[in-house]
Design a protein around this ligand. Structure first.
Ligand code: AMP
Length: 142
């Protein structure tokens, strides 16, 4: 757990702070976001105390992966949204405020939901191959 500092989400999971709980199992805890971008905006957390997605154990990640599709399905059905975004802000400069891993499920409606800026560049083949080499050589087990 090294330099992990307890967050408000740990207190929610522990039942010390109330939330609108949607789901829990051995690995995962999910509740409604208190500042929703749209109706049904849900946060999905591993119980494991890690700040960033890349720090998660395989077990915690597998638990998240197992729960995510059924939670997306449930939120979509419950809200009637045709579409949704799943978002992870990882790191302060990427917009992360609470330093306990969490995924946002954000239903998309005509006027509400996640509004993204997507300034696409162009992938250069040579750079891409060098990059692929570096990424591949950095793939490690957690
Ligand atoms: P992020 O910017 O990805 O770290 O997102 C943190 C999210 O946690 C924000 O969307 C907040 O609205 C939400 N949040 C913070 N405190 C609470 C709380 N007590 N209950 C529910 N959601 C919360």
């Amino acid at each position: 757990m090294s330099d992990y500092q307890e967050t408000i989400f740990d207190r929610i999971i522990a039942g010390e702070i109330p939330c609108h709980k949607v789901y829990e199992d051995e690995q995962v805890f999910a509740f409604l976001d208190i500042g929703p971008l749209s109706e049904g905006h849900t946060l999905v957390l591993p119980r494991e105390k890690k700040a960033f997605l890349h720090e998660l154990s395989e077990e915690a990640a597998a638990g998240l992966g197992r729960a995510l599709p059924k939670l997306c399905r449930a939120v979509k059905e419950a809200t009637g949204a045709e579409a949704y975004n799943v978002l992870v802000n990882s790191g302060e400069s990427a917009g992360q405020v609470v330093m306990h891993v969490h995924l946002h499920i954000i239903p998309k409606f005509p006027d509400t939901g996640f509004k993204m800026g997507w300034n696409a560049g162009k992938l250069d083949d040579e750079r891409a191959e060098r990059l692929v080499g570096r990424i591949r050589s950095n793939i490690t087990e957690s």
